[in-house]
Each structure stands twice: as structure tokens, then as C-alpha cells.
Design a protein around this ligand. Structure first.
Ligand code: GLY
Length: 357
């Protein structure tokens, strides 16, 4: 099975991409672990729980649930889970198995980061977005009303198990939302992946095994390389934020209810393309190629009723804003981006208005 390695000062671990890997989950629980707590949502558990039950049948484990939905990615649910774990005998030798989409990966990862000052966590992502992005690299956390992921911690897992077979039942909208993160991977660092997505959209949208396994493996390899090069987002890792500055503002502005994360990133990438072209970083030709690829994997829910000024005000609260300066990741060609700051507010507003038009 293709295995990629994340190698950081705070943890080295394998990211394994393979059909059927969920059925071998027990092999990835460290032998000295105490109680095993699987954290999932009721919905994921209903549809996918049997596969993980088979994978863990040789070891005792308990299943705890979180509510789904980005609007529920809040601190009090993490606290509630911690209380449940204490009641059930959790201690410092316990391990968390995060089984779900990006929200579960982030919340269960954060719980593991802070419960009794830190437990091991095994990430088993069940959505495309979580498989290619959220589960890898140790970012964990919850939202505040004022902004996305504003409370959190870096906490690297012991392993990430990615089973493309679990995506067979993923709702179409969630699948497409995950594809936008793969488009992002192509734009920032993987030109061959970008062109594969452009040329093989029928196979990708039909979830054909070979196409799906390839785009997942390419994205995972890229993410493992980037995180290994810069765990704490001091430099290289910032490229992963293409589309996120605007996208996070959009999610917060709409109460985390209107857009899936990948959809907000798709809008954010469009805004970044307009910004890059207007500021002279990106050719008109490359701009069209990126916009066409985003359209290929649409539709994205419309932006009706959202004001550019409100989004601009939100950018100030983004984690990527440092000392009042908003940083944007902008494409400069297919497969390469640049981090820019200090852009003229009018240019930013203009790009947002174009995206909103
Ligand atoms: N999702 C962006 C990152 O992991 O850095």
C-alpha cells in the first residue's frame, strides 16, 4: 500500500493509503495503550462504523459521539467528551481514534492534545477532504464565533489510515467539496495532478478506483512533504492556505452553516486568482485554466447576500493575519504560489467583489 511519512520535530508517522486499511486498524494502536476511545458522529458511525468495528475487533474499545456540522465545532463539545472519557476510566495511557470527516479529525485531535495534557491519536478519515488534508499534519482545534479554528493546537497523530473505499457512500456534495482541496494541491505544488484533474474529470467524478486512488495519493504525498518541511506553518506550510483566508471569512460570516469547508476554499481560490491576476502575479491564461478547473468540479453554492466589506472586516481576525497585515497565498503559475502581504485594501476588495458578482 502506498505509504508516505511525515517527519517533524514533534512526531514521525506513516500515512497509509490503501483499500481495506480500516479493517487493519488494530495494528496501528501502540501496544502499551490503555483504553481505546473511538470518536465519531452518529451519522458516520451508522454508515461506516461496521468497517472500523471489524478493524478493532481484537481490542476492547468504546465509541463516543460528537454532533456533526461545522457550526458544532465548539469547545463545549470537546469538554463534554473529556468528561465522558473520565467517567469511563480514561487516563494518560488512553488513545483516541478519530473516525470521521474534517470536523471529527480536528475536534478529536484537539481532545487528544489536551486531555490530561496529551494522549495519542490515530486518525482514520472518512471524507475525501479529511483524507487529503485535515487528518494529516497535526492541526487540531475548534471554532469561535469570531473566527474559524481560533482555538487549537498542533498535535501529530501516531498514524493516518486512508481507505479510499469508504468514499463510495460519501454524498456527492461532500465528495466535490473534497475535490476542491485536491484542485488546491494541484495549483500550489502539483502541476501533473492539476492537468490530470483537468483531463480526467469524468473518471474522477465517477469515483473510478484508479483515478481516485491516484489523486488521493498525490495529494497526501504533497501534504506529507510540506508538513515535514515546516510543521508549525512558519514558512512553506503557508502555501496550503491558498483560498483559506477568504474561505474562512466566508464560513464565519455565514455562521458555519452555508458552505462546506471545501466549497468555501473553492470560492477563496477564485478570489485569490482574481487578486493574483489584477496584481500582475498570474497570467490571464493561467487564471482561466484555474477558474475552469474549479467550475469543472462545481457547482459551489452561491454567495447571494454576502457583502465584500463584511468579509474584509473578518480577515483581520484570521490566524494568518499578523500584526494587522493580512497574508494572501496567490498563484503565480500552475503548480506554484507565493505568499504576499501588505496588499492594497482596494485591490483585495475588488477581488472579493469580482468573486461575489
Ligand atoms: N489545512 C492546511 C494545513 O494543514 O496546513
Amino acid at each position: 500500500m502506498p505509504t508516505f511519512h511525515v517527519d517533524t520535530p514533534h512526531g514521525c508517522y506513516p500515512v497509509i493509503v490503501g483499500r481495506g486499511i480500516v479493517a487493519r486498524a488494530a495494528q496501528y494502536i501502540p501496544s502499551k495503550s490503555g483504553k481505546v476511545f473511538v470518536i465519531s458522529t452518529e451519522d458516520v458511525w451508522k454508515h461506516q462504523g461496521a468497517a472500523l468495528e471489524r478493524g478493532l475487533e481484537s481490542i476492547a474499545h468504546e465509541v463516543l459521539h460528537l454532533p456533526g456540522g461545522e457550526e458544532n465545532k465548539r469547545l463545549h463539545f470537546v469538554e463534554q467528551l473529556a468528561e465522558d472519557m473520565v467517567e469511563r476510566g480514561g487516563d494518560r495511557s488512553s488513545i483516541v481514534v478519530a473516525f470521521g470527516g474534517g470536523i471529527v479529525n480536528d475536534m478529536a485531535g484537539f481532545l487528544a492534545a489536551i486531555f490530561m495534557r496529551g494522549l495519542s491519536v490515530l486518525q482514520v478519515p472518512t471524507t475525501l477532504l479529511a483524507q487529503v488534508d485535515a487528518s494529516i499534519g497535526g492541526k487540531t482545534g475548534v471554532n469561535l464565533v469570531s473566527g474559524k479554528n481560533l482555538i487549537g493546537s498542533f498535535h501529530q497523530p501516531v498514524a493516518v489510515l486512508i481507505d479510499p473505499a469508504v468514499l463510495a457512500t460519501l454524498p456527492e456534495r461532500e465528495y466535490r467539496a473534497g475535490l476542491y482541496e485536491i484542485v488546491k494541491a494541484g495549483v500550489i505544488r502539483e502541476p501533473e495532478l492539476f492537468w490530470f484533474l483537468a483531463e480526467q474529470s469524468s473518471a474522477v467524478l465517477a469515483r473510478e478506483d484508479a483515478a481516485l486512488d491516484r489523486i488521493i495519493a498525490d495529494s497526501v504525498r504533497m501534504k506529507a512533504e510540506v508538513v515535514s518541511g515546516d510543521e508549525r506553518e512558519a514558512d512553506l506550510r503557508r502555501i496550503l492556505n491558498l483560498g483559506h483566508t477568504f474561505g474562512h471569512a466566508l464560513e464565519a460570516q455565514t455562521g458555519y452553516r452555508r458552505f462546506l469547508h471545501g466549497e468555501a476554499v473553492a470560492w477563496g481560490m477564485k478570489a485569490a486568482v482574481y487578486l493574483a491576476e489584477n496584481a500582475g502575479y498570474l497570467s490571464a491564461e493561467a487564471s482561466v485554466e484555474i477558474l475552469e478547473e474549479i467550475a469543472l468540479y462545481g457547482p459551489i453554492p452561491p454567495l447571494d447576500g454576502i457583502r465584500a466589506d463584511d468579509l474584509l472586516a473578518r480577515l483581520v481576525h484570521d490566524k494568518k493575519t499578523l500584526q494587522g497585515k493580512v497574508h494572501f497565498v496567490v498563484p503565480v503559475r500552475i503548480g506554484e504560489v507565493k505568499v504576499v502581504s501588505g496588499l492594497d485594501e482596494k485591490q483585495v476588495l475588488e477581488a472579493m467583489r469580482t468573486a461575489l458578482a
